[in-house]
Design a protein around this ligand. Sequence first.
Ligand code: ADP
Ligand code: ADP
Length: 229
Amino acid sequence: VPVLDLREVRKTYATGAAAVEALRGINLAVQAGEYVAVMGPSGSGKSTLMHIIGCLDWLSYGQYLLQGNDVSRMDERRLAHVRNREIGFVFQQFNLLPSLSALRNVELPLIYAGVRLGERRSRAREALAQVGLSDRVDHRPGELSGGQQQRVSIARALVTNPALLLADEPTGNLDSTSTADVLGLFDGLHAEGRTIVLITHEHDVAARAGRAVYMLDGELSEGLPERTG
Ligand code: ADP
Ligand code: ADP
């Protein structure tokens, strides 16, 4: 079974009298080990798609199977459970707690999962080693570069060993050096067999993934458009 399987997914936002069709019948299957970039211009529906894939919002029509389980009809409690179990989130803004060390930040998802202290610590250290930050475990976010902070947030996403790594504009806040650094890390995770969905509006970032799909006006097509300008 695919890790994720979206079938004819539609999402409509009701805004007063009008309604916005943000997703207009999306079909997308992602197999285990695939690295897929979702590219598209502002307003094309990427965030909406990310929220659906991440189980952060409900779809209006269609079906969403995550690891073969139909999540389209789950209530919020079960959805939260699936979200914490199956998905590791990486955001543009890192979303690290500034008062906590890198190690403590990476431990957080394990606290929510009820993992006890000793195991938490060792798994958090392991995840930080995986992203090349063994020598920064006691640093706070403010003592790290942007690229290093994003590495910490990737370690936090990996520490629960999720089925899917879901990254929303992960290089949007980074300079070109840190961008190359973080994209290199994603390449390595892909080589290790991780399943990755990366959302970006940048052609160069999307072109790095094994497979790219393109969103436009709520519809998805396979591949990237020709580069213009
Ligand atoms: P992108 O991430 O590609 O910029 P979005 O998914 O944010 O695209 O938006 C797709 C469309 O849905 C846009 O027309 C946007 O204005 C609309 N939209 C997004 N979120 C909401 C919302 N919460 N309420 C109403 N309309 C929304
Ligand atoms: P961006 O900075 O890319 O725009 P957002 O701030 O819009 O991302 O976050 C997207 C959604 O994800 C928000 O509704 C937010 O509440 C939710 N969110 C953020 N962090 C987590 C997390 N660790 N687990 C689950 N949901 C989260």
